[in-house]
Design a protein around this ligand. Structure first.
Ligand SMILES: Cc1cc2nc3c(=O)[nH]c(=O)nc-3n(C[C@H](O)[C@H](O)[C@H](O)COP(=O)(O)OP(=O)(O)OC[C@H]3O[C@@H](n4cnc5c(N)ncnc54)[C@H](O)[C@@H]3O)c2cc1C
Length: 538
């Protein structure tokens, strides 16, 4: 939905910057070219330029900063922590000023009976996790595999997901407080009634529900949000499985859907292909490939044999009382075992024991148990809602330098582009989606790494990554061509992405004219000057 450019008065950026400086203090209005360049660097080539970064500290400062943007017709792009790697990081869709909400980082309220926490945009996974621990750990949060420094609200605004029964983030949030470009503040659900007792426990409230308007959109700035937590279970057990043969994909999808539908599995289950596992275990085997790309089937097979992974590799977890987990485990064994080559259940005790016996184990079997534990532990912890930065190492897959202790894919010019098609959780559809990915990647010489998640009982989100080295001349363009072709072929086959990066916007076939027009009218009504994140999700 494009802005009515003809009706726009010219922007007066210089005057806006002067006003922001008066309002927030010089140090919170950043115009230093080096800082703007850093903020304008993503994991792929981008074109939009960042004119300034504005960093308010309170909700009233946010409102005042927006007022200035409206008065001066300057485009404002909000972010919470700006670590939207693979989707554009903090780079806006078009030229504009960034509104950094990271300084609003209060945990406003925690109800220890209901398991709900109300937070501001700057609250990170690390912060919430530490807070819950400090309160005795009675409740667990969900965590993504991105980084402990990622925000909760930014991820939820993108409808991101994690690993626990609370993994579908937008489905676990309610009571949004939203600042509209007009300066009005609205609250969603029951929280729109002053003092409503159910403000933080019910999403719908009464009457039309507004929450959905503010994720993956450009209609408002979320300044507070309530998140529903899960109670720490009496017993937790993770399971890992592996199927060597690619032909097992169909029965696996069938069984996992069944287990999800009947609620034996209450959390997201993940299925990663061999390329994805290879990239999470280490870097591209440049020596074995004699410097050539893409990874050959032979070298991949050798890696899989040596590191013991299959064509499809899964993980999931069970949460509940010992009896509940025991019953679920028996059911999983009965249904899943016929279709996999390995199925292992792990809990705190077995993981601790493995850590203790790793030396004698290696001596007897020759297998490096420490290596296995190192690989399993971050995924295991993620399924308990513990954030980790371990997964970031995989973004260095094609780099010639090893991942540093403080990985930063933007800074280190790691190439990463996501494409995120969703399929019904049916074997035929999932196979069809996977085949399209393989066909397109074969034309572009990148590794078709896929991580599929049964985020819900009925659908599979496929996170396809194009990982490359931005320092190799021409790779930025080749990788984007691969993405564009992939998106085109997937949407032509009626598979649509769950989420768009700045690189995908404008490349998805338009919505039906009626919904397009409605969204245009909403944008025009709420943001008549097209100040807020113009272009985002258009
Ligand atoms: C190795 C790796 C693993 C990853 N794993 C996952 C994963 O498991 N799950 C997952 O979902 N993602 C994952 N990601 C992708 C991404 O890094 C995360 O989704 C991350 O949480 C997004 O960044 P952020 O939280 O800083 O959001 P931000 O960059 O702060 O926000 C994202 C966008 O949301 C909008 N927004 C943010 N805050 C507000 C607000 N207050 N009001 C209105 N709009 C707002 C803005 O348009 C902004 O550009 C992964 C990335 C990598 C590299």
């Amino acid at each position: 939905v494009d802005s009515p450019t003809t009706s726009r008065r010219p922007a007066t950026l210089g005057a806006a910057i002067a006003q922001w400086r008066t309002l927030l203090g010089d140090q919170f209005v950043i115009c230093d070219p080096a800082a703007l360049r850093r903020a304008g660097t993503a994991t792929f080539a981008t074109t939009a330029s960042i004119q300034a970064i504005v960093r308010p500290a309170t909700r009233s400062e946010v409102a005042a900063a927006v007022r200035v943007a409206v008065d001066h017709r300057v485009s404002l792009y909000p972010f919470s922590s700006g670590l939207n790697w693979g989707y554009g990081s903090r780079v806006p869709v078009r030229d504009g000023v960034l509104l950094d909400l990271g300084r609003l980082n209060a945990i406003v309220n925690f109800d220890e009976d209901l398991g709900v926490v109300t937070i501001e945009p700057g609250v990170t996974q690390r912060q919430l996790h530490a807070f819950l621990r400090s309160r005795g750990g009675r409740f667990w949060m969900d965590a993504t595999g991105a980084s402990p420094d990622c925000s909760i609200i930014g991820n939820t605004m993108e409808r991101g997901f994690g690993h626990t029964p609370a993994g579908d983030h937008a489905a676990q949030a309610c009571g949004l407080e939203v600042l509209l470009p007009s300066g009005a503040i609205i609250r969603t659900g029951f929280s729109r009634f002053q003092g409503a007792r159910t403000a933080h426990v019910s999403r719908w409230g009464v009457g039309p529900s507004l929450d959905g308007l503010f994720s993956q959109s450009n209609l408002g700035i979320v300044t507070r949000m309530t998140v529903w937590l899960m109670p720490a279970p009496e017993y937790f057990q993770a399971f890992f499985f592996m199927a060597r043969d690619d032909a097992r994909l169909e029965p696996l999808v069938d069984v996992l859907r069944r287990l999800r539908l009947e609620a034996t599995l209450r959390s997201a289950v993940h299925l990663a292909n061999d390329y994805k596992v290879a990239a999470s275990l280490g870097q591209y085997p440049w020596n074995a490939m004699a410097g050539d790309t893409p990874l050959s089937a032979g070298v991949l097979q050798e890696l899989a044999r040596r590191r013991d992974f299959g064509a499809w590799n899964g993980s999931g977890a069970l949460y509940g009382t010992r009896d509940q987990v025991g019953a679920a485990r028996r059911r999983i064994k009965a249904l899943l075992r016929p279709h996999v080559d390995k199925l292992r259940f792990i809990d705190d005790r077995t993981l601790g024991m493995a850590a203790r016996v790793q030396r004698p184990y290696r001596w007897v079997t020759g297998t490096d148990l420490a290596e296995v534990i190192e690989l399993v532990r971050p995924v295991y912890e993620l399924m308990k809602g513990v954030p980790t930065s371990d997964m970031l190492r995989s973004t260095y897959w094609r780099k010639r330098i090893p991942p540093p202790p403080d990985p930063d894919p933007d800074r280190d010019r790691c190439g990463l582009i996501w494409c995120t098609p969703v399929s019904p959780a049916e074997p035929r559809n999932v196979r069809n989606m996977v085949e399209i990915v393989h066909k397109v990647f074969a034309r572009h010489a990148f590794e078709p790494a896929m991580s599929m998640t049964l985020r819900t009982e009925r659908s599979v989100d496929n996170i396809v990554s194009i990982a490359y080295d931005r320092d190799v001349p021409g790779e930025d363009a080749r990788a984007m061509q691969c993405h564009d072709e992939l998106l085109r072929e997937l949407t032509a086959a009626d598979f649509y992405p769950y989420r768009l990066g700045i690189h995908s916007i404008g490349k998805v076939p338009p919505r039906k004219p009626s919904s397009q027009a409605l969204l245009g009218r909403l944008k025009a009504a709420l943001d008549p000057d097209w100040i807020l994140a113009p272009g985002r999700y258009d």
